[in-house]
Design a protein around this ligand. Structure first.
Ligand code: AMP
Ligand code: MG
Length: 486
Protein backbone atom coordinates (compact mmCIF):
# COMPACT_ATOMS: atom_id res chain seq x y z
CA UNK A 1 0.00 0.00 0.00
CA UNK A 2 1.21 3.41 -0.98
CA UNK A 3 0.31 5.07 2.30
CA UNK A 4 1.96 2.45 4.48
CA UNK A 5 5.15 2.64 2.45
CA UNK A 6 5.14 6.42 2.68
CA UNK A 7 4.75 6.25 6.46
CA UNK A 8 7.75 3.92 6.73
CA UNK A 9 9.71 6.23 4.56
CA UNK A 10 8.88 9.23 6.67
CA UNK A 11 10.72 7.72 9.58
CA UNK A 12 13.83 7.41 7.48
CA UNK A 13 14.10 10.93 6.21
CA UNK A 14 13.93 14.37 7.67
CA UNK A 15 11.92 15.79 4.84
CA UNK A 16 8.31 16.69 5.56
CA UNK A 17 6.66 14.58 2.89
CA UNK A 18 3.03 13.74 3.59
CA UNK A 19 1.38 10.34 3.66
CA UNK A 20 0.64 10.87 -0.02
CA UNK A 21 4.30 10.77 -1.00
CA UNK A 22 5.46 7.66 -2.83
CA UNK A 23 8.68 7.58 -4.88
CA UNK A 24 9.60 5.00 -7.52
CA UNK A 25 12.83 4.37 -9.44
CA UNK A 26 11.28 2.34 -12.25
CA UNK A 27 12.99 4.05 -15.17
CA UNK A 28 16.38 2.97 -13.87
CA UNK A 29 15.25 -0.62 -14.40
CA UNK A 30 15.22 -0.06 -18.16
CA UNK A 31 19.01 -0.09 -17.99
CA UNK A 32 21.93 2.02 -19.14
CA UNK A 33 21.26 2.26 -22.87
CA UNK A 34 18.16 4.36 -22.17
CA UNK A 35 19.81 7.18 -20.21
CA UNK A 36 22.96 8.77 -18.85
CA UNK A 37 23.45 9.66 -15.22
CA UNK A 38 24.17 13.37 -14.99
CA UNK A 39 24.73 16.14 -12.46
CA UNK A 40 22.68 19.32 -12.19
CA UNK A 41 24.24 22.71 -12.84
CA UNK A 42 25.24 24.87 -9.85
CA UNK A 43 23.34 28.14 -10.17
CA UNK A 44 24.49 31.47 -8.68
CA UNK A 45 21.02 32.28 -7.33
CA UNK A 46 17.70 30.59 -6.48
CA UNK A 47 14.61 32.79 -6.48
CA UNK A 48 11.44 30.75 -6.13
CA UNK A 49 8.94 32.16 -8.61
CA UNK A 50 6.27 29.50 -8.76
CA UNK A 51 5.35 26.38 -6.86
CA UNK A 52 2.32 24.36 -7.84
CA UNK A 53 0.76 23.60 -4.45
CA UNK A 54 -2.27 21.88 -5.95
CA UNK A 55 -0.15 19.24 -7.64
CA UNK A 56 2.43 19.18 -4.88
CA UNK A 57 -0.38 18.03 -2.57
CA UNK A 58 -1.26 15.19 -4.92
CA UNK A 59 2.28 13.83 -4.76
CA UNK A 60 2.75 14.52 -1.05
CA UNK A 61 5.21 17.40 -1.39
CA UNK A 62 3.06 20.36 -0.34
CA UNK A 63 4.50 20.36 3.17
CA UNK A 64 7.97 21.47 2.08
CA UNK A 65 9.17 24.86 3.23
CA UNK A 66 10.34 27.17 0.44
CA UNK A 67 13.93 26.47 1.48
CA UNK A 68 13.38 22.73 1.18
CA UNK A 69 11.58 23.25 -2.11
CA UNK A 70 14.60 25.10 -3.53
CA UNK A 71 16.93 22.42 -2.20
CA UNK A 72 15.11 19.78 -4.24
CA UNK A 73 13.81 21.68 -7.27
CA UNK A 74 16.62 24.23 -7.68
CA UNK A 75 19.68 22.35 -6.39
CA UNK A 76 18.22 18.90 -7.09
CA UNK A 77 19.10 17.21 -3.85
CA UNK A 78 17.66 13.70 -4.38
CA UNK A 79 14.16 13.08 -3.09
CA UNK A 80 13.79 10.36 -0.46
CA UNK A 81 13.54 6.99 -2.17
CA UNK A 82 14.19 8.60 -5.57
CA UNK A 83 17.09 8.46 -8.01
CA UNK A 84 20.51 9.08 -6.48
CA UNK A 85 21.54 10.78 -9.74
CA UNK A 86 19.28 12.37 -12.34
CA UNK A 87 18.87 10.53 -15.66
CA UNK A 88 19.31 12.39 -18.95
CA UNK A 89 17.11 10.41 -21.32
CA UNK A 90 18.25 9.34 -24.76
CA UNK A 91 16.09 9.86 -27.81
CA UNK A 92 16.14 10.82 -31.48
CA UNK A 93 13.39 12.30 -33.57
CA UNK A 94 12.12 13.95 -36.70
CA UNK A 95 12.33 17.73 -36.49
CA UNK A 96 10.21 19.33 -39.18
CA UNK A 97 10.28 15.94 -40.92
CA UNK A 98 14.09 15.71 -40.93
CA UNK A 99 15.58 12.89 -38.90
CA UNK A 100 17.95 14.01 -36.16
CA UNK A 101 20.05 11.35 -34.42
CA UNK A 102 21.73 14.02 -32.33
CA UNK A 103 18.97 14.73 -29.81
CA UNK A 104 18.30 13.66 -26.22
CA UNK A 105 17.83 15.49 -22.93
CA UNK A 106 20.23 18.37 -23.64
CA UNK A 107 18.96 20.72 -20.95
CA UNK A 108 16.86 18.48 -18.77
CA UNK A 109 16.71 15.17 -16.98
CA UNK A 110 14.37 12.81 -15.24
CA UNK A 111 14.69 13.82 -11.61
CA UNK A 112 12.19 11.54 -9.89
CA UNK A 113 9.17 9.30 -10.37
CA UNK A 114 6.20 9.60 -8.02
CA UNK A 115 2.71 8.20 -7.65
CA UNK A 116 -0.35 10.37 -8.01
CA UNK A 117 -2.14 9.87 -4.67
CA UNK A 118 -5.55 10.34 -6.32
CA UNK A 119 -5.38 7.83 -9.15
CA UNK A 120 -2.20 5.87 -8.43
CA UNK A 121 -0.75 6.66 -11.85
CA UNK A 122 3.00 6.99 -12.31
CA UNK A 123 4.29 10.56 -12.70
CA UNK A 124 7.70 11.89 -13.73
CA UNK A 125 9.35 14.97 -12.34
CA UNK A 126 11.42 16.15 -15.29
CA UNK A 127 13.47 19.31 -15.61
CA UNK A 128 14.11 22.00 -18.19
CA UNK A 129 17.16 24.22 -17.90
CA UNK A 130 18.99 22.12 -15.28
CA UNK A 131 22.37 22.14 -17.01
CA UNK A 132 24.40 20.49 -19.73
CA UNK A 133 24.36 16.78 -20.47
CA UNK A 134 26.07 14.54 -23.05
CA UNK A 135 23.22 15.61 -25.37
CA UNK A 136 23.61 19.39 -25.16
CA UNK A 137 25.51 19.70 -28.44
CA UNK A 138 26.46 23.40 -28.54
CA UNK A 139 23.65 24.41 -26.18
CA UNK A 140 24.13 25.87 -22.71
CA UNK A 141 21.67 23.51 -21.04
CA UNK A 142 19.70 26.48 -19.72
CA UNK A 143 16.12 27.76 -19.92
CA UNK A 144 15.29 31.45 -20.21
CA UNK A 145 13.05 32.89 -17.51
CA UNK A 146 10.64 33.97 -20.24
CA UNK A 147 10.55 30.40 -21.54
CA UNK A 148 9.75 29.20 -18.03
CA UNK A 149 7.00 31.78 -17.53
CA UNK A 150 5.50 30.86 -20.90
CA UNK A 151 5.47 27.17 -19.94
CA UNK A 152 3.52 27.99 -16.75
CA UNK A 153 0.95 29.92 -18.77
CA UNK A 154 0.52 27.22 -21.43
CA UNK A 155 0.14 24.38 -18.94
CA UNK A 156 -2.23 26.23 -16.61
CA UNK A 157 -4.46 27.25 -19.52
CA UNK A 158 -4.56 23.85 -21.17
CA UNK A 159 -5.28 22.08 -17.90
CA UNK A 160 -8.16 24.48 -17.23
CA UNK A 161 -9.52 23.93 -20.74
CA UNK A 162 -9.57 20.17 -20.20
CA UNK A 163 -6.57 19.21 -22.33
CA UNK A 164 -4.35 16.44 -20.99
CA UNK A 165 -1.08 18.25 -20.37
CA UNK A 166 2.07 18.10 -18.29
CA UNK A 167 1.86 20.39 -15.26
CA UNK A 168 4.41 23.02 -14.38
CA UNK A 169 5.49 22.01 -10.88
CA UNK A 170 8.16 24.57 -10.06
CA UNK A 171 9.94 27.57 -11.54
CA UNK A 172 13.06 29.00 -9.94
CA UNK A 173 14.98 31.96 -11.31
CA UNK A 174 18.68 31.15 -11.33
CA UNK A 175 20.55 34.45 -11.75
CA UNK A 176 22.45 33.81 -14.97
CA UNK A 177 22.58 35.92 -18.13
CA UNK A 178 21.71 33.92 -21.24
CA UNK A 179 22.28 34.74 -24.88
CA UNK A 180 19.44 33.84 -27.24
CA UNK A 181 18.67 34.64 -30.84
CA UNK A 182 14.94 34.94 -30.23
CA UNK A 183 14.92 37.13 -27.09
CA UNK A 184 16.55 40.48 -26.34
CA UNK A 185 19.81 39.31 -24.78
CA UNK A 186 21.35 38.94 -22.30
CA UNK A 187 18.16 37.53 -20.80
CA UNK A 188 17.30 36.07 -17.40
CA UNK A 189 17.61 32.33 -16.61
CA UNK A 190 15.44 29.78 -14.82
CA UNK A 191 15.06 26.11 -14.05
CA UNK A 192 11.67 24.48 -14.41
CA UNK A 193 10.32 21.20 -13.09
CA UNK A 194 7.41 19.57 -14.85
CA UNK A 195 5.14 16.79 -13.72
CA UNK A 196 4.05 14.47 -16.49
CA UNK A 197 2.88 10.98 -17.24
CA UNK A 198 6.16 9.64 -18.68
CA UNK A 199 8.83 11.32 -20.77
CA UNK A 200 8.88 8.47 -23.28
CA UNK A 201 8.55 9.99 -26.69
CA UNK A 202 7.97 8.59 -30.15
CA UNK A 203 11.61 9.62 -30.61
CA UNK A 204 12.64 7.27 -27.79
CA UNK A 205 11.43 4.37 -29.95
CA UNK A 206 12.96 5.88 -33.08
CA UNK A 207 16.41 5.91 -31.54
CA UNK A 208 16.19 2.19 -30.78
CA UNK A 209 14.95 1.46 -34.32
CA UNK A 210 17.81 3.56 -35.71
CA UNK A 211 20.22 1.25 -33.88
CA UNK A 212 18.27 -1.84 -35.00
CA UNK A 213 17.89 -2.75 -31.34
CA UNK A 214 14.69 -4.78 -31.53
CA UNK A 215 15.29 -6.34 -28.12
CA UNK A 216 15.32 -2.88 -26.53
CA UNK A 217 12.16 -1.90 -28.42
CA UNK A 218 10.42 -4.97 -27.06
CA UNK A 219 11.63 -4.09 -23.58
CA UNK A 220 10.39 -0.51 -23.89
CA UNK A 221 6.94 -1.63 -25.11
CA UNK A 222 6.80 -3.98 -22.11
CA UNK A 223 7.79 -1.16 -19.75
CA UNK A 224 5.33 1.37 -21.14
CA UNK A 225 2.45 -1.10 -21.07
CA UNK A 226 3.31 -2.34 -17.56
CA UNK A 227 3.38 1.14 -16.07
CA UNK A 228 1.01 3.19 -18.21
CA UNK A 229 -1.32 0.74 -19.98
CA UNK A 230 -1.61 -2.14 -17.49
CA UNK A 231 -4.74 -3.56 -19.14
CA UNK A 232 -2.66 -4.74 -22.12
CA UNK A 233 0.61 -5.47 -20.32
CA UNK A 234 0.16 -9.24 -20.12
CA UNK A 235 -0.72 -9.88 -23.76
CA UNK A 236 1.79 -11.90 -25.82
CA UNK A 237 4.47 -9.59 -27.27
CA UNK A 238 3.09 -9.14 -30.83
CA UNK A 239 -0.50 -8.54 -29.66
CA UNK A 240 0.77 -6.24 -26.96
CA UNK A 241 2.74 -4.14 -29.43
CA UNK A 242 -0.32 -3.77 -31.65
CA UNK A 243 -2.52 -2.89 -28.68
CA UNK A 244 0.12 -0.40 -27.59
CA UNK A 245 0.07 1.30 -30.99
CA UNK A 246 -3.72 1.45 -30.82
CA UNK A 247 -3.54 2.93 -27.31
CA UNK A 248 -1.15 5.66 -28.49
CA UNK A 249 -3.33 6.38 -31.53
CA UNK A 250 -6.38 6.83 -29.30
CA UNK A 251 -4.56 9.12 -26.89
CA UNK A 252 -2.84 11.21 -29.54
CA UNK A 253 -6.20 11.61 -31.29
CA UNK A 254 -7.61 12.99 -28.05
CA UNK A 255 -4.60 15.30 -27.78
CA UNK A 256 -5.07 16.67 -31.29
CA UNK A 257 -8.79 17.12 -30.69
CA UNK A 258 -7.97 18.99 -27.47
CA UNK A 259 -5.67 21.38 -29.32
CA UNK A 260 -8.26 22.01 -32.03
CA UNK A 261 -11.13 22.57 -29.59
CA UNK A 262 -9.07 25.00 -27.48
CA UNK A 263 -7.54 26.98 -30.32
CA UNK A 264 -4.08 25.90 -29.22
CA UNK A 265 -1.10 25.75 -31.53
CA UNK A 266 1.76 23.78 -29.99
CA UNK A 267 4.21 25.02 -32.58
CA UNK A 268 6.78 22.21 -32.57
CA UNK A 269 5.04 18.88 -33.10
CA UNK A 270 8.29 17.02 -33.73
CA UNK A 271 8.38 13.32 -32.91
CA UNK A 272 10.64 13.98 -29.91
CA UNK A 273 7.92 16.20 -28.46
CA UNK A 274 5.16 13.57 -28.68
CA UNK A 275 4.76 11.63 -25.46
CA UNK A 276 3.48 8.05 -25.95
CA UNK A 277 0.92 8.64 -23.19
CA UNK A 278 -0.62 11.32 -25.44
CA UNK A 279 0.00 14.02 -22.87
CA UNK A 280 0.83 17.43 -24.29
CA UNK A 281 4.25 18.70 -23.21
CA UNK A 282 7.38 20.70 -24.02
CA UNK A 283 6.17 24.23 -24.62
CA UNK A 284 8.27 26.54 -26.77
CA UNK A 285 6.79 28.97 -29.29
CA UNK A 286 3.12 27.97 -28.63
CA UNK A 287 0.25 30.38 -29.19
CA UNK A 288 -3.49 30.41 -28.79
CA UNK A 289 -5.31 31.33 -32.01
CA UNK A 290 -7.52 34.42 -31.56
CA UNK A 291 -9.92 33.08 -34.22
CA UNK A 292 -10.46 29.77 -36.00
CA UNK A 293 -7.82 30.11 -38.72
CA UNK A 294 -6.29 26.85 -39.99
CA UNK A 295 -3.23 28.71 -41.32
CA UNK A 296 -2.42 30.38 -37.98
CA UNK A 297 1.21 29.49 -37.18
CA UNK A 298 2.94 29.78 -33.81
CA UNK A 299 6.68 29.41 -34.41
CA UNK A 300 8.50 32.20 -36.27
CA UNK A 301 10.88 29.54 -37.64
CA UNK A 302 8.03 27.45 -39.07
CA UNK A 303 8.25 29.19 -42.41
CA UNK A 304 6.03 26.79 -44.35
CA UNK A 305 3.39 26.52 -41.63
CA UNK A 306 4.01 22.77 -41.20
CA UNK A 307 2.61 22.94 -37.66
CA UNK A 308 -0.08 25.57 -38.32
CA UNK A 309 -3.32 25.32 -36.31
CA UNK A 310 -5.24 23.33 -38.94
CA UNK A 311 -2.31 21.08 -39.78
CA UNK A 312 -1.89 19.70 -36.28
CA UNK A 313 -4.05 16.59 -36.79
CA UNK A 314 -2.04 15.71 -39.91
CA UNK A 315 1.25 16.35 -38.13
CA UNK A 316 0.25 14.08 -35.26
CA UNK A 317 -0.85 11.36 -37.69
CA UNK A 318 2.50 11.60 -39.46
CA UNK A 319 4.29 11.10 -36.15
CA UNK A 320 2.14 8.07 -35.33
CA UNK A 321 3.29 6.47 -38.58
CA UNK A 322 6.88 6.95 -37.41
CA UNK A 323 6.02 5.11 -34.19
CA UNK A 324 4.38 2.28 -36.14
CA UNK A 325 7.57 1.87 -38.17
CA UNK A 326 9.48 1.14 -34.98
CA UNK A 327 7.08 -1.71 -34.17
CA UNK A 328 6.88 -3.30 -37.62
CA UNK A 329 9.09 -6.26 -36.66
CA UNK A 330 6.52 -7.14 -34.00
CA UNK A 331 3.21 -6.32 -35.62
CA UNK A 332 3.68 -6.46 -39.41
CA UNK A 333 2.76 -3.89 -42.02
CA UNK A 334 -0.92 -4.67 -42.61
CA UNK A 335 -2.04 -4.58 -38.96
CA UNK A 336 -0.06 -1.37 -38.45
CA UNK A 337 -1.84 0.23 -41.39
CA UNK A 338 -5.19 -0.96 -40.12
CA UNK A 339 -4.60 0.84 -36.84
CA UNK A 340 -3.17 4.00 -38.40
CA UNK A 341 -6.09 4.50 -40.79
CA UNK A 342 -8.42 4.81 -37.81
CA UNK A 343 -6.69 8.02 -36.72
CA UNK A 344 -8.57 10.61 -38.83
CA UNK A 345 -11.95 9.17 -37.80
CA UNK A 346 -10.91 9.02 -34.16
CA UNK A 347 -9.66 12.57 -34.05
CA UNK A 348 -12.87 13.80 -35.60
CA UNK A 349 -14.91 11.85 -33.07
CA UNK A 350 -12.79 13.15 -30.20
CA UNK A 351 -13.03 16.68 -31.59
CA UNK A 352 -16.82 16.55 -31.49
CA UNK A 353 -16.70 15.22 -27.94
CA UNK A 354 -14.32 18.01 -26.95
CA UNK A 355 -16.55 20.66 -28.53
CA UNK A 356 -19.52 19.35 -26.56
CA UNK A 357 -17.39 19.27 -23.46
CA UNK A 358 -16.31 22.87 -23.97
CA UNK A 359 -19.91 23.92 -24.58
CA UNK A 360 -21.08 21.92 -21.57
CA UNK A 361 -23.62 19.95 -23.58
CA UNK A 362 -24.73 16.35 -23.32
CA UNK A 363 -24.44 14.40 -26.58
CA UNK A 364 -27.63 14.33 -28.67
CA UNK A 365 -26.47 11.38 -30.78
CA UNK A 366 -23.78 11.04 -33.45
CA UNK A 367 -25.68 12.74 -36.26
CA UNK A 368 -26.71 15.74 -34.20
CA UNK A 369 -23.21 16.08 -32.72
CA UNK A 370 -21.65 16.01 -36.19
CA UNK A 371 -24.11 18.64 -37.42
CA UNK A 372 -23.39 20.91 -34.46
CA UNK A 373 -19.63 20.56 -34.90
CA UNK A 374 -19.88 21.40 -38.60
CA UNK A 375 -22.14 24.41 -38.03
CA UNK A 376 -19.90 25.73 -35.28
CA UNK A 377 -16.64 25.33 -37.21
CA UNK A 378 -18.23 26.91 -40.31
CA UNK A 379 -19.40 29.83 -38.20
CA UNK A 380 -16.04 30.33 -36.49
CA UNK A 381 -14.10 30.01 -39.71
CA UNK A 382 -16.22 32.25 -41.94
CA UNK A 383 -16.99 35.02 -39.44
CA UNK A 384 -13.67 34.96 -37.55
CA UNK A 385 -15.69 35.49 -34.37
CA UNK A 386 -13.39 35.49 -31.31
CA UNK A 387 -12.64 31.83 -30.57
CA UNK A 388 -12.73 31.63 -26.79
CA UNK A 389 -15.56 34.17 -26.46
CA UNK A 390 -17.82 31.92 -28.54
CA UNK A 391 -17.37 28.93 -26.25
CA UNK A 392 -17.72 31.12 -23.18
CA UNK A 393 -20.91 32.72 -24.47
CA UNK A 394 -22.63 29.46 -25.43
CA UNK A 395 -21.64 27.38 -22.43
CA UNK A 396 -24.76 25.34 -21.68
CA UNK A 397 -26.18 26.06 -25.16
CA UNK A 398 -29.38 28.08 -25.53
CA UNK A 399 -29.58 28.37 -21.74
CA UNK A 400 -26.94 31.08 -22.20
CA UNK A 401 -28.61 32.84 -25.16
CA UNK A 402 -29.50 35.96 -23.23
CA UNK A 403 -26.04 36.23 -21.68
CA UNK A 404 -24.44 35.73 -25.13
CA UNK A 405 -26.60 38.48 -26.56
CA UNK A 406 -25.36 40.91 -23.90
CA UNK A 407 -21.69 40.18 -24.67
CA UNK A 408 -19.20 41.73 -27.10
CA UNK A 409 -19.88 39.14 -29.84
CA UNK A 410 -23.64 39.85 -29.96
CA UNK A 411 -23.54 41.06 -33.57
CA UNK A 412 -21.96 37.82 -34.71
CA UNK A 413 -24.84 35.88 -33.19
CA UNK A 414 -27.48 38.01 -34.92
CA UNK A 415 -25.89 37.43 -38.34
CA UNK A 416 -27.11 34.73 -40.74
CA UNK A 417 -23.90 32.75 -40.29
CA UNK A 418 -24.94 31.89 -36.75
CA UNK A 419 -28.41 30.59 -37.62
CA UNK A 420 -27.28 26.99 -38.28
CA UNK A 421 -25.47 26.94 -34.92
CA UNK A 422 -28.54 28.22 -33.10
CA UNK A 423 -30.70 25.62 -34.85
CA UNK A 424 -28.27 22.85 -33.93
CA UNK A 425 -28.10 24.03 -30.30
CA UNK A 426 -31.87 23.69 -30.01
CA UNK A 427 -31.37 19.90 -29.80
CA UNK A 428 -29.19 20.11 -26.70
CA UNK A 429 -29.47 20.33 -22.95
CA UNK A 430 -26.72 21.43 -20.57
CA UNK A 431 -24.59 18.56 -19.25
CA UNK A 432 -25.08 17.78 -15.53
CA UNK A 433 -21.76 19.36 -14.53
CA UNK A 434 -22.51 22.76 -16.06
CA UNK A 435 -22.46 25.55 -13.51
CA UNK A 436 -23.71 28.67 -15.20
CA UNK A 437 -24.16 30.23 -11.76
CA UNK A 438 -20.37 30.20 -11.30
CA UNK A 439 -18.96 33.75 -10.88
CA UNK A 440 -16.77 33.14 -13.93
CA UNK A 441 -19.82 33.44 -16.18
CA UNK A 442 -20.62 36.88 -14.81
CA UNK A 443 -17.51 38.21 -16.56
CA UNK A 444 -18.20 39.93 -19.91
CA UNK A 445 -15.22 38.20 -21.51
CA UNK A 446 -13.49 34.90 -20.89
CA UNK A 447 -9.99 34.30 -19.60
CA UNK A 448 -7.75 34.15 -22.67
CA UNK A 449 -4.04 33.79 -23.35
CA UNK A 450 -3.42 35.60 -26.61
CA UNK A 451 0.10 36.59 -27.55
CA UNK A 452 -0.29 40.25 -26.57
CA UNK A 453 -1.38 39.20 -23.08
CA UNK A 454 1.57 36.84 -22.76
CA UNK A 455 3.97 39.56 -23.88
CA UNK A 456 2.44 42.08 -21.46
CA UNK A 457 2.79 39.67 -18.53
CA UNK A 458 6.41 39.12 -19.45
CA UNK A 459 7.06 42.84 -19.98
CA UNK A 460 6.05 43.70 -16.42
CA UNK A 461 8.55 41.12 -15.16
CA UNK A 462 11.29 42.15 -17.58
CA UNK A 463 10.87 45.89 -17.17
CA UNK A 464 9.79 46.30 -13.53
CA UNK A 465 10.38 42.89 -11.96
CA UNK A 466 6.67 43.05 -11.21
CA UNK A 467 5.29 39.52 -10.83
CA UNK A 468 1.83 40.55 -9.61
CA UNK A 469 0.19 40.47 -13.08
CA UNK A 470 1.48 36.92 -13.66
CA UNK A 471 0.13 35.70 -10.32
CA UNK A 472 -3.18 37.46 -10.96
CA UNK A 473 -3.41 35.72 -14.32
CA UNK A 474 -2.70 32.32 -12.77
CA UNK A 475 -5.50 33.03 -10.27
CA UNK A 476 -7.86 33.98 -13.11
CA UNK A 477 -7.05 30.72 -14.89
CA UNK A 478 -7.78 28.94 -11.61
CA UNK A 479 -11.22 30.54 -11.52
CA UNK A 480 -11.85 29.35 -15.08
CA UNK A 481 -10.71 25.86 -14.13
CA UNK A 482 -13.12 25.73 -11.24
CA UNK A 483 -15.95 26.99 -13.47
CA UNK A 484 -15.31 24.15 -15.93
CA UNK A 485 -14.63 21.42 -13.36
CA UNK A 486 -17.28 18.79 -12.82
P1 AMP B 1 13.12 21.38 -27.81
O1 AMP B 1 12.99 22.30 -28.98
O2 AMP B 1 13.05 22.06 -26.47
O3 AMP B 1 12.20 20.22 -27.89
O4 AMP B 1 14.61 20.81 -27.90
C1 AMP B 1 15.13 20.09 -28.99
C2 AMP B 1 16.49 19.53 -28.64
O5 AMP B 1 17.42 20.57 -28.39
C3 AMP B 1 16.49 18.66 -27.40
O6 AMP B 1 17.43 17.63 -27.60
C4 AMP B 1 16.93 19.62 -26.33
O7 AMP B 1 17.51 18.97 -25.23
C5 AMP B 1 17.96 20.47 -27.07
N1 AMP B 1 18.09 21.81 -26.52
C6 AMP B 1 17.23 22.85 -26.62
N2 AMP B 1 17.70 23.93 -25.98
C7 AMP B 1 18.91 23.60 -25.47
C8 AMP B 1 19.88 24.29 -24.70
N3 AMP B 1 19.74 25.57 -24.34
N4 AMP B 1 20.99 23.60 -24.35
C9 AMP B 1 21.17 22.33 -24.70
N5 AMP B 1 20.29 21.63 -25.43
C10 AMP B 1 19.16 22.25 -25.81
MG1 MG C 1 11.61 18.80 -26.86
Amino acid sequence: SIRAAARDLRDLVLMPVTEFYHAETLHEGLGEPFFDRVEPAAFPQHLLRYRNQRWAARVGLDGLSDTEWVEHFGRFAPLPGGFAHPLALRYHGHQFRVYNADLGDGRGFLFAQLRDSQDGRLLDLGTKGSGQTPWSRRGDGRLTLKGGVREILATEMLEALGVDTSKTFSLIETGEALMRGDEPSPTRSSVLVRLSHSHIRIGTFQRLAFHDDTAAIDRLVEYVCRHYFPAIADLPAPERALAFLEEVVVRVARLGAGYMASGFVHGVLNSDNINVTGESFDYGPWRFAPVYDPTFTAAYFDEIGLYAFGRQPGALGWNLSRLAECLIHLIGLKPAEQVLVTFPGRIQQEFRAMLLNRLGLASAGDDADAALAKALVDFLQTTKAPFEQTFFDWRGGLASAERAQRGPSADHYLADAFAPVRAALAQYRPAPNVRLDHPYFRRPTPCTMLIDEVEALWASIAERDDWAPLYAKIAAIGEMRSAYES
